[in-house]
Write a protein that binds this ligand. Structure first.
Ligand code: ADP
Ligand code: SF4
Length: 690
């Protein structure tokens, strides 16, 4: 296939100071939960994107000094010469594919708690920490500032020694020291580093000049700057100081990488933003500089990308999440394979890796994070290992991915789905307010399966165990999903809540299936991810008076890992939903419920015509139980394996179901050296003392 000429502009080279990017695709710095302690995992993850056609691949924040220690969150480090070899692994991997490697040097100032190094946090002036912790930042004196400049220069030289092509000066989020110096609210110095904007920019300018002086002969020096903090007059904004900073430094860096702060605003989920959402904040920058400008906005559509370039919004298509969901996005556009692009759904499960201190995962791309330890390639998969035929039962995320990946391997696959539509939980959840982009999980897989002559699909086909035994498939994969329970059992309640057996008590399934309720409704959330709040939102939109009762101390606490908690709680409150936190239900009566405070045990009563319980899910595992029965002779039926995957095995996120589907497809007929240790581990070398 050949590329559509409309997209030619995306493949023009871009000069960045002393280096040249081969096209306009730029993987901006992004966290990944791998950091300094998983350097090979990190290098292989970045290499996948270089192979996939991105012209520039950057690290995440790379800490320049032990006073910037982000533990337990894993980040890159260039604290001393010892760290150079770890970074060099990534740089070399990226260079193999003719891409440029960028290193995002960072000092987190009072944003770093230094839990590991136990060194004091630094700040422009004495102040509270960025997050609520019982430790403050020390205002830096002039000597500290000189030291900081030296650390940055030394780290830039280390990055150069690691053979990096682009070195960053970073003030992209309110967690960085240079941003803190720029910020009038954080920088309350009275010397020539504080006060006027010119003074607050001084350190930034000095570091920028010194970085250019140190490495600029061979490395491009990029700036990442948040031009708007979305704080109005409290912060830097695109029509205020954000603009003025760009005006002051316009031609100094070799490239402007522009975004909005904080991370929650920068990586807005699809529930709260559309593709290209940063344009109103960043579009002024190109008018003030001749240097290339990179911007982000969850770009997955080549037409939108071309429009951004042609309208002069940005010069390079910056991407973190779209490059995670599809490392081969540029190659697919280049080769005219647009329909093969696996579009990011904006769910932010990737962020949850970093925030739970574990390697990144992605709902759309099961191979991310597994490139090195399991040797999973994002696009290629080994050919089938036998002529066995495979039946996949259930076409939710797990079944669809299993059928797709097995189909790609060349197996003869039959996919049977009970419902009249493919997608399982995706069908229901993508109809919820703000979640329509999640349909891409189903649509991409169905699109791929439809191209495969060796995969047959059947809708409206609810299979029984007898039917499965009679068909003659050698392999059976059960992906039959799970359903929400209505009895209240979950994290907090181990027995059914008294009164939950009444007909005005519903599971979320009823609402997810489009059911409507009358009168005041209580939504009881003991699951504390996204479903409870979104059901409350839907009911409120339907006109119900809604009381949201949660066992947690805030609405949807786990969504802080997807950077959404604040917005979700804001939306719930702004919609006029009554929120009661830290309460459990002790009894459901006909028109009211008794609730109990999780701290004081004090009882209270809430009026409710109907109750929706969002507590936990039950695996739909009848088939697996029936087929595992001692009386069932699988051999006689010609079946050599029955495997359960996804929610019918253990209900979890969509990302886990997709991963499970992919894993089972990879493992079919694959030799496993040690089933107890199914992946490689990075080894720490113990150096002998002399
Ligand atoms: P997962 O996230 O694990 O993929 P889902 O609940 O999203 O789980 O999807 C499971 C799918 O399996 C649903 O679409 C459901 O209709 C289907 N299913 C459940 N039982 C059967 C069955 N006996 N025969 C065919 N399809 C089934
Ligand atoms: Fe996009 Fe979700 Fe994957 Fe993150 S986890 S890259 S938001 S699809």
């Amino acid at each position: 296939m050949t590329r559509d000429s409309r997209y030619d502009v995306l493949f023009e080279p871009v000069r960045i100071g002393p280096v040249t990017a081969k096209n306009r695709f730029y993987q901006v710095p992004h966290c990944n939960g791998m950091g300094f302690n998983l350097p090979q995992t990190h290098a292989s993850m970045r290499e996948a994107k270089a192979e996939g056609g991105w012209a520039v691949i950057c690290t995440e924040e790379c800490m320049i000094h032990p006073t910037s220690d982000y533990s337990p969150e894993p980040q890159a480090r260039l604290w001393d010469e010892n760290d150079v070899k770890y970074l060099a692994l990534m740089v070399d991997a990226v260079h193999k594919h003719d891409a440029l490697a960028g290193v995002q040097l960072a000092h987190n100032g009072v944003g770093a708690q230094n839990h590991f190094t136990r060194m004091p946090s630094l700040a422009p002036s004495d102040q509270a920490a960025v997050e609520s912790v019982p430790s403050q930042g020390r205002g830096m004196n002039k000597k500290d500032i000189r030291e900081f400049r030296r650390w940055h220069r030394d780290a830039a030289l280390r990055a150069k020694r690691a053979d990096a092509d682009i070195v960053y000066v970073y003030a992209g989020h309110d967690t960085t020291l240079l941003m803190h110096f720029l910020s009038a609210r954080r920088n309350q110095r009275t010397d020539d580093y504080g006060g006027s904007l010119e003074n607050r920019v001084r350190l930034f300018r000095e570091v920028l000049e010194e970085t250019k002086d140190a490495v600029g002969d061979r490395c491009a020096v990029a700036v990442r700057l948040a031009v708007d903090e979305l704080l109005g007059p409290q912060g830097i904004s695109c029509d205020g100081e954000g603009r003025e900073i760009i005006e002051m430094l316009a031609e100094l860096p070799d490239l402007w990488d522009i975004n909005v702060s904080n991370w929650e605003n920068d990586s807005l989920s699809s529930r709260f933003s559309e593709e290209g959402f940063q344009e109103p904040y960043v579009s002024f920058v190109k008018k003030l500089t001749t240097k290339p400008v990179v911007g982000v906005g969850r770009f997955t559509s080549p037409d939108t990308m071309v429009s951004q370039i042609k309208r002069g919004v940005i010069d390079m298509i910056g991407a973190a999440r779209p490059s995670i969901a599809d490392p081969f996005l540029p190659k697919k556009i280049e080769e005219g394979r647009i329909e093969e692009i696996r579009e990011c759904i904006g769910c932010n499960i990737c962020a949850s890796g970093q925030l739970t201190f574990s390697p990144m995962r992605c709902t759309q791309n099961p191979s991310v994070g597994e490139e090195w330890r399991r040797n999973w390639h994002a696009e290629h998969i080994p050919a089938k290992g036998s002529e066995d035929t495979v039946l996949v039962v259930g076409a939710g995320p797990a079944g669809l991915e299993a059928a797709r990946a097995l189909g790609q391997r060349g197996y003869a696959v039959t996919l049977a789905e009970a419902k009249k539509e493919f997608g399982g939980r995706i069908v229901k959840e993508s109809r919820l307010p703000g979640l329509n982009a999640w349909a891409r999980v189903r649509d991409w897989r169905i699109g791929r399966i439809q191209q495969m002559a060796n995969v047959e699909t059947y809708l409206d086909s609810k299979l029984t165990s007898d039917e499965i035994l009679s068909f003659g498939f050698q392999r059976v994969i059960l992906a039959t999903g799970a359903h929400w329970r209505a009895d209240g059992i979950g994290v907090t309640n181990w027995k059914p809540i008294p009164g939950s057996d009444q007909d005005h008590v519903f599971s979320p399934e009823y609402i997810l299936d489009g059911g409507k309720l009358e009168g005041p409704v209580v939504v009881f959330d003991d699951d504390n991810f996204y479903i409870g709040a979104i059901i409350a939102e839907k009911l409120k939109e339907n006109g119900n008076e809604v009381t949201f009762i949660t066992t947690a101390s805030e609405v949807s606490p786990w969504t802080s890992n997807t950077l959404e908690q604040h917005r979700i709680q804001t939306r719930i409150l702004e919609m006029g939903i009554n929120v009661i936190t830290s309460h459990n239900i002790s009894r459901i009566k006909r028109s009211e419920i008794d609730i109990r405070c999780g701290y004081t045990e004090k009882l209270n009563t809430v009026v409710a015509a109907n109750v929706v319980m969002v507590t936990s899910r039950q695996p739909d595992n009848k088939l697996s139980i029936a087929l595992a029965d001692d009386k069932v002779d699988l051999n006689a039926a010609g079946i050599s394996s029955v495997t359960s995957i996804g929610d019918c095995l253990n209900p979890s996120t969509i990302a886990v179901a997709v991963y499970d589907g992919h894993r089972i497809a990879r493992e079919m007929d694959a030799a496993q050296e040690n089933p107890d240790m199914p992946f490689r581990r990075e080894k720490i070398l113990i150096e002998k003392s002399i």
